[in-house]
Design a protein around this ligand. Structure first.
Ligand code: COS
Length: 388
């Protein structure tokens, strides 16, 4: 059983502790075990099923506020982090399904008008519709301000043209939050955010992308894709702010997911160390193993402190948490990779055998150091904040 002593830390309140314990029980009882879909169709079906289960269980409510609540007010980042950490410990795909319902509606919760919130949020919250966030482009990933997808004002609303790639839930989402250049100013100040519903003429799935830890992922093409004027989120030219303030909320949760993977790897490593006979004792009796487990435990606790510090700061103090979010994501994802690598090592040859949990974790954690701002971007953000 994973260490849950962090739940007593002062960053959390009793409702968070109760939530984490209940979700843990639900995940153990409800999530499909040993689910390893590979084909695009099987991955899509597994993801739809997980979103429906999470919705029916009421768990998406903490990621997707009710439309009537004031913009942004209802996103409890500590709850989001606990949800991701808990789900990731059980299933990488369940964590993914949960997280994307939040990331794909975060900008709508924060900047959508009442009509847009009422149209999109309830179905995503219930797990009846899938959400996606379309920011990256073939030549604009870390450098968001370099994006070339355009949105042009036309009589019916806005016309979108361009390509978005690495879009999670691409192909199965009911709507996409899309960022495009509207040209009010050069660079970051000339972008805007829009909601594009699936099935809008001019939006096509150009390509499905297969990755080492299978998730629904695609390249989207917008060609003369016309959307109503009311699908703009915030004001024209505010798109960069919409994207960054959404990522401020979700970046600590990426750290939380990494933490969940690391905790699971720790559990697997401890069980292995205690049971594996070696040199007339167990692996756990060797000093080298104990030193490695100490490094892993330290990495896990420092990650948890940074993740829940960022979440607490946002929930309790409010305002921007750019620095705290970047530190939490950077440290938790980088150190989870080391923790999982150490766990794989303790399993020896078995550690890289298909079907082993640590092998799966090794593949699952890798993308977290890249998506929602690569580690290098987080360092850039922290460095700038220190200098400011
Ligand atoms: N919240 C609100 N506003 C923000 C903000 C935030 N977190 N971060 C920046 N802004 C504002 C700035 O205040 C600035 O406004 P003014 O022009 O009014 O001063 C504006 O946005 C531009 O900011 P900045 O100058 O920092 O822009 P850069 O283009 O230099 O940004 C980084 C650089 C690398 C920090 C940014 O592009 C980034 O985070 N990239 C990674 C993107 C990412 O996560 N991609 C993965 C896709 S999602 S899977």
């Amino acid at each position: 059983m994973a260490d849950t002593s962090f739940r007593d830390w002062p960053f959390l309140e009793d409702r968070h502790r109760d939530f984490a314990a209940r979700l843990d029980d639900w995940a153990a009882a409800t999530l499909p075990q040993d689910q390893h879909p590979h084909s695009h169709d099987a991955v899509d079906a597994a993801c739809r099923d997980l979103v429906a289960r999470l919705g029916a269980g009421g768990w998406l409510a903490c990621a997707v506020p009710e439309p009537g609540q004031p913009p942004g007010a209802a996103i409890d980042v500590r709850m989001l982090c606990l949800a991701r950490e808990t789900l990731a410990r059980h299933s990488g795909l369940a964590d993914f399904a949960f997280a994307m319902q939040g990331l794909g509606t975060g900008s709508i919760s924060l900047y959508g008008d009442a009509a847009m919130r009422a149209r999109i949020l309830p179905r995503v919250r219930a797990g009846e519709s899938i959400a996606a966030f379309a920011l990256s482009e073939p030549d604009a990933g870390s450098d968001v301000a370099a994006m070339t997808t355009t949105a042009t004002k036309v009589a019916e609303g806005w016309r979108l043209d361009g390509v978005k790639t690495w879009i999670s839930n691409g192909g199965i989402a009911g709507h996409y939050v899309v960022f495009a250049r509207t040209g009010e100013a050069p660079g970051a100040r000339g972008l805007s955010a829009f909601v594009v519903e699936a099935g809008t003429p001019g939006l096509t799935i150009a390509e499905r992308i297969a990755v080492i830890a299978p998730h629904p992922l695609a390249t989207l093409r917008f060609e003369n894709c016309v959307i109503p004027a009311g699908n703009l989120l915030g004001k024209p030219g505010e798109g960069f702010k919409v994207a960054m303030s959404t990522l401020d909320i979700f970046r600590p949760t990426v750290g939380a997911a990494a933490l969940g993977f690391a905790r699971r790897a720790m559990d697997e490593a401890v069980a292995r160390a205690k049971s594996r006979a070696m040199f007339g004792k167990t692996l756990a009796d060797l000093d080298l193993t104990q030193a490695k487990l100490a490094d892993m435990a330290l990495a896990i606790d420092t990650s948890a402190l940074l993740v829940y510090r960022a979440a607490w700061t946002r929930d309790v103090r409010g305002g921007r948490i750019t620095r705290e979010a970047a530190m939490a994501k950077l440290h938790a994802t980088e150190s989870a990779q080391s923790v999982i690598d150490a766990a794989v090592q303790m399993f020896g040859g078995l550690g890289v055998a298909s079907g082993q949990k640590v092998e799966e974790l090794y593949r699952e954690v890798r993308a977290l150091r890249i998506y929602e701002g690569a580690s290098e971007v987080q360092k850039l953000i922290i460095g700038r904040q220190v200098l400011a």
